[in-house]
Write a protein that binds this ligand. Structure first.
Ligand SMILES: [Zn+2]
Length: 104
């Protein structure tokens, strides 16, 4: 009898391995460290749209579920950088504050 729980777990782990392998490959292509603070811990590194067009990018191509896959398929274009989770949040908080000042 097939152990479906173990089978399902193995599929999940294989998918996660593929995801992190692709993420590491992509981060290596963009320098492998946070552009702002030089942190190199892959667990907390993100891809950032340098010109804050992530929302526009996703609206134009709703099929983009994985930025890592999209970057690989598009031969790692310019306009992207690596930021750690903290620097990424700080950047977007600054952008949002600037937008709010424009509104008020
Ligand atoms: Zn950082």
């Amino acid at each position: 009898m097939v152990n479906y729980k173990r089978y399902k777990e193995k599929i999940y782990l294989t998918a996660m391995e593929d995801y992190y392998r692709l993420k590491k490959l992509t981060l290596d292509r963009y320098g492998g460290k946070c552009t702002s603070c030089n942190l190199t811990d892959y667990r907390v590194l993100d891809i950032d749209h340098i010109f804050n067009i992530g929302g526009i990018h996703r609206k134009r191509d709703p099929k983009v579920k994985s930025i890592y896959r999209w970057l690989k398929n598009n031969n790692y274009p310019e306009g992207f950088q690596i930021l750690c989770a903290n620097c990424h949040r700080i950047k977007h908080t600054k952008v949002n504050i600037q937008r709010l000042r424009n509104v008020f």
